[in-house]
Unconditional design. Structure first.
Length: 286
């Protein structure tokens, strides 16, 4: 695989989207790498390959094709605008990450082509795999439009991306969301997780037999923006009530902030360092 950055696609018109590519929270990828997961099915890695398996019967219903060696795969996080992060150094696997936030007002430029992702999530140590409950404005490979909607995603280290095959759940400004990533089970060095919104359990996504997820973030990711009015028409979104559990305890969390693309004043700030009760404020600029 050939690693690539998505920063050229953040700003409108900087680079044309390649034919046959669609947008995910893992950047633009070839449509063949995007997979919809039926209800009652989990994504599972076995022998380094990804497949979909019925939870009750264990029957394999889909095997993902190997990714060609010359495939252009985005560097995970290269489309991120600003975020807060923490690397788990507690000595125990993270058993749950929970974060609350309020659906922000729609962008002032609410008929543009921009796509905005707001999420909490956990990555592996190599930062090439993530499980994440995502709030979306605009269009992605999962659908959408000029409105807010939610679903859950898994971006795999091989380059494949999975999300539920249920329609995106439309949500509205002022709605409260609770994004949760839970450790379902572990066996030696193999870990199984569930990504969910507490308010919309029909959208749960189960991901099994992957590496331990250790790198927590609260993130603003966006594409095809060219002005402040492409972002939500509010100063700030607070990613709040952040609770991280590991080994039956609440570890001490040392948040760090990265302002990766501050074109219009976008930034993140640590409003509360507690755990539980942490808060990362994502500012969209003046």
């Amino acid at each position: 695989m050939i690693k690539s950055s998505q920063t050229a696609f953040i700003r409108k018109g900087e680079r044309e989207i390649p034919a046959g590519f669609v947008l995910t929270p893992g950047g633009y990828r070839r449509e063949a790498l995007i997979h919809l997961v039926p209800k009652g099915t989990r994504v599972q890695r076995r022998g380094g390959k990804i497949r979909q398996v019925e939870r009750k019967t264990g029957r394999v219903i889909l095997r993902y094709d190997p990714v060609p060696s010359d495939e252009m795969i985005p560097d995970l996080g290269s489309g991120w605008i600003t975020y807060g992060w923490w690397l788990n150094n507690s000595g125990s696997p993270i058993s749950q990450l929970s974060t609350q936030w309020t659906v922000p007002p729609e962008p002032q430029n609410n008929a543009g082509k921009q796509t905005i992702f707001l999420f909490n999530g956990i990555e592996n140590a190599s930062k090439n795999e993530i499980v994440q409950p995502v709030l979306q404005w605009g269009v992605s490979a999962a659908g959408g439009g000029n409105h807010w909607a939610v679903t859950n995603w898994h971006v795999d280290s091989s380059g494949h991306v999975s999300c539920p095959n249920r329609p995106l759940q439309r949500v509205f400004p002022g709605d409260t969301l609770t994004g949760i990533v839970s450790l379902v089970s572990q066996n030696a060095g193999s870990f199984s997780y569930r990504s969910s919104f507490a308010e919309y359990p029909d959208l749960d996504l189960d991901v099994g037999a992957i590496d331990e997820l250790v790198w927590v973030s609260a993130t603003l990711e966006a594409y095809q923006v060219s002005q402040r009015t492409d972002f939500p028409n509010t100063p700030t979104t607070s990613m709040s009530s952040i609770a991280i559990a590991a080994g039956g305890l609440a570890p001490l969390v040392g948040w760090r902030i990265e302002n990766q693309v501050p074109d219009y004043g976008q930034s993140s700030g640590l409003a509360n360092a507690g755990n539980p009760g942490g808060q990362i404020d994502i500012d969209y600029g003046p």
